[in-house]
Design a binder for this molecule. Sequence first.
Ligand code: TMP
Length: 225
Amino acid sequence: MARKLPNRIDGGLFISLEGGEGSGKSTLIRCIKGFLEQEGYDVLITREPGGPPISEAIRGILLDPENTAMDPLTELFLYLASRRQNLVERIRPMLNCGGVVISDRFADASIAYQGGARELGLERVDRLNLEAIDGMFPELTFFLDLDPAEGMRRGPATRAENDGRGDRIEREALDFHHRVRDAYRTWARRYPDRIRVLDAGQPADKVAETAILILQELLTRKESI
Ligand code: TMP
């Protein structure tokens, strides 16, 4: 059978996934990627902090549990630096080729974690984000909404590392993770067209089904322009 050629979308499609620890982002990314590739799209998966080597090096600093002295603004600038590099080196080139980029976290994570949980302020982080990414927000963001206590029970993927106690952020108290969730919810209400809230307490296949329906709708709209 002939290989299906990539279905190029003008300007590409940029999708991000957001949520607290253990909210099921990795599982959903696998499902969405499978769906899009079956439909013939070129898909790039990336993550934040991380992606290209410079951003991965910054990730190492950010998540190292030894870095307990890190100032909240230093933390924010490091996330922004990682994001900027990923955007320039990986995300923008893929979108320019008409591909699909799925990012495991992006700008909204800084709003929730640094703006909300670290209490730097959502608006302040929004302004700095804008500067770092030249206004290049995803077209669609899935926010996997889950009770943080349940998320911590499920166990973040990185839990096995660092003596099973998680990375520097995962080690924060439950309060911190509640502030993360509150900020995500506030931000999702602010941008209801872009940020789609998924109930991550449901079984993974249900979550994926809803996400794919939303995605199909967006693709139909984009392809018909
Ligand atoms: P993860 O890739 O395992 O989700 O780890 C990334 C951690 O970094 C996670 O705890 C969320 C946190 N984070 C921020 O605090 N701000 C950000 O801008 C991003 C992208 C992630």
